[in-house]
Design a binder for this molecule. Structure first.
Ligand SMILES: NC(=O)c1ccc[n+]([C@@H]2O[C@H](COP(=O)([O-])OP(=O)(O)OC[C@H]3O[C@@H](n4cnc5c(N)ncnc54)[C@H](OP(=O)(O)O)[C@@H]3O)[C@@H](O)[C@H]2O)c1
Length: 253
């Protein structure tokens, strides 16, 4: 996703830089193919960029923002910081406290990494959401401003993820329980009578989550926090996080 967003910004930004320290050869290759310019680390990036876009696994979002804050400490420059990760509103509001709420924009991508228009929407909220949306004009990302409230874009993404990631995880739990009780064939037939093809649902989940299950677990943790913060039951998302940890081979979490 970082390569696609970086590429989308090239027309408006001129040069798009990315922080190479600690990143794998696979990330490096994607950045190179997207024609992004490597700088050594986040500190070098923070000293140079006018707009910083954070795209990383949800669990690392706070840590990335802290590194940027440390790099900017004592400087007059206050670049815009866009957190485009699938985190909770509380996480992005905490990042706002760290970097200044007027300089942080909440971003949430719904859709795959976009190389052509029509595939993905980038929802933005916060005081500077408008100017950030303008940077994506004419790019493959359909940037939409949700309003001035920091956290609104992340809230939208977390609610959407209940449908796109929490509900599909139920098929894995249903199938595992049925297999443990030895009733999977009967269940498969019973569901088919209702027009539900269990194997198709499981294959679809495997295709979508597959190698990304570990990252989806982190996203479901953040979605659960989003629900709990407004008194909505968070068990669906917490259970989905456990399912994805199991799929990733990390136990029940
Ligand atoms: N892919 C999608 O369809 C999609 C859709 C909507 C939203 N998003 C959001 O976009 C973000 C990134 O997702 P992705 O699909 O690009 O994931 P990804 O393909 O797994 O890539 C994650 C990137 O973050 C880097 N990274 C790992 N740990 C990091 C850390 N501690 N600090 C900084 N960077 C780190 C990884 O580098 P290494 O290679 O070194 O590990 C990799 O370049 C997530 O918040 C996700 O929710 C993705």
């Amino acid at each position: 996703m970082g390569a696609a967003i970086g590429s989308a910004l090239k027309a408006a930004a001129g040069a798009v830089v990315w922080a190479a320290a600690g990143r794998s050869p696979a990330t490096s290759k994607r950045a190179e193919l997207a024609d992004l310019v490597a700088v050594p680390d986040l500190a070098a990036l923070a000293r140079r960029a006018d707009v910083i876009v954070s795209i990383c696994p949800p669990h690392a979002a706070r840590e990335v923002a802290e590194e940027v804050a440390a790099a900017l400490a004592g400087q007059d420059r206050r670049p815009l910081f866009v957190d485009a990760n699938a985190v909770s509103p509380a996480t992005v509001q905490g990042i706002g406290e760290l970097l200044g709420p007027d300089r942080v924009v909440d971003g949430a991508v719904i859709g795959p990494p976009a190389w052509e228009p029509g595939a993905a929407v980038l929802w933005l909220s916060g005081a500077a959401a408008g100017p950030v949306a303008d940077l994506f004009a004419g790019s493959p990302f359909d940037a939409r401003v949700l309003g001035p409230q920091l956290g609104a874009a992340s809230a939208l993404k977390a609610c959407y993820a209940m449908q796109s990631k929490a509900l599909p995880a139920a098929w894995r739990a249903i199938a595992d329980a049925a297999a443990a009780y030895g009733v999977q064939d009967a269940l498969r037939g019973q569901l088919a009578r209702d027009g539900v093809q269990l194997d198709t649902a499981l294959a679809d989940l495997e295709r979508r989550a597959g190698a990304k299950a570990w990252r989806w677990a982190g996203e479901m943790d953040e979605a659960a926090d989003t629900m709990a913060a407004v008194g909505v039951p968070d068990g669906f998302s917490r259970a989905a996080a456990s399912v994805y940890r199991r799929m990733a081979g990390g136990g029940t979490g």
